[in-house]
Design a protein. Structure first.
Lengths: 137, 187
């Protein structure tokens, strides 16, 4: 039962991402071509409200559902890993037209060839884990 | 009810995505989809090859449940909440895509030229999907997050590393879209 609420959040997330067309390869292509405001509007308004939400949580010292203080872990310091890793991710994002969330969602819409992309993404993550200490961060 | 079946505009979708972030934070978690790839590696026994995968994956089970829900959500959205409308792409995008050989831009979520089995089962098509997935999986873990973890959560939490990562997302995305895709699909 504890996990049911996460299932419902996931269902909501999946519906929103399909209905917003953010899971569409075409929308990602259009975004990187700067030919539409659509994706920028989605991400921009999500971040704008997200800033307001997280700021209010900190200001009002709101507690989570289990009564603990809400704390979002800070990202590790660094520059290379974010720029380089980010660029590698961006190339994959524009080629597949899907980032990790949409990959699963699109599989749910019945695109079974997405399983190949997901399997390759797992392999990519595995490769990173193995090479981690040899990479500049 | 009609508005539910039509595509949702950005000013509805964006705020609803921030609601997902808010709910997960309220549940004492955080919003990050790519972490699941690491969890899957760990469940599969990758801990034998790297410390990176030696952690208590059971503590991350909730996030895999979000993934399961997202798949169900995707199914519900296309099965019960769609009116089959064509994606309202910029006509310029449609004509740019036609030049690259994409004939049905916007008629489905994904191009048949990449995701149909006919394309997937060719050497070029299979390579393309494997390379794309590998870049996403490798890059996202190297950068410590993806669109949900960095672009939505990290930026909302005013994290400078996330801004650098998002700039990286765009450098990579622009190189792929403007320089490499024309090489793959042009001619």
């Amino acid at each position: 039962m504890k996990l049911l609420k996460f299932l419902l959040v996931g269902v909501f997330f999946g519906i929103v991402l399909v209905k917003s067309e953010a899971v569409s390869w075409y929308r990602i292509f259009e975004m990187f071509k700067f030919q539409s405001f659509h994706m920028y509007g989605i991400i921009g308004s999500a971040v704008f409200l997200g800033i307001l939400f997280l700021w209010s949580i900190k200001k009002l010292k709101l507690k989570s559902i289990d009564g603990n203080a809400i704390h979002l872990p800070a990202k590790d310091k660094g520059f290379t890993r974010y720029l380089l890793g980010g660029s590698i991710f961006g190339m994959g994002w524009a080629l597949a037209g899907a980032c990790p969330g949409p990959m699963y969602i699109l599989l749910g819409t019945g695109v079974f060839s997405m399983l190949i992309v997901i399997a390759a993404a797992v392999l990519g993550t595995f490769t990173y884990g193995v090479l981690k200490d040899k990479l500049p961060h | 009810m009609d508005f539910l079946l039509r595509p949702w505009p950005w000013y509805i979708s964006g705020p609803l995505i921030s609601l997902v972030l808010l709910i997960l934070v309220y549940f004492g978690k955080t919003f990050g989809m790519s972490s699941n790839l690491r969890t899957i590696c760990s469940i599969g026994g990758a801990g034998r090859f790297s410390d990176f995968f030696r952690f208590d994956w059971k503590a991350h089970l909730w996030n895999l449940v979000v993934v399961l829900g997202a798949m169900i959500g995707g199914f519900i959205a296309v099965t019960f909440l769609s009116d089959g409308s064509v994606i309202a792409l910029n006509p310029e995008t449609v004509s740019d895509l036609r030049e690259l050989g994409f004939r049905e831009a916007g008629k489905s979520l994904l191009p048949a030229e990449i995701y149909d089995w006919k394309s997937v089962l060719s050497f070029k098509g299979l390579t393309l999907l494997i390379v794309a997935g590998f870049l996403v999986g490798f890059g996202t873990r190297y950068a410590g997050g993806c669109t949900s973890g960095h672009a939505i959560t990290g930026l909302s939490n005013l994290q400078l590393p996330s801004l650098v990562a998002v700039i990286g997302f765009f450098i990579g995305g622009l190189i792929m879209t403007h320089l490499i895709l024309p090489l793959i699909f042009g001619i």
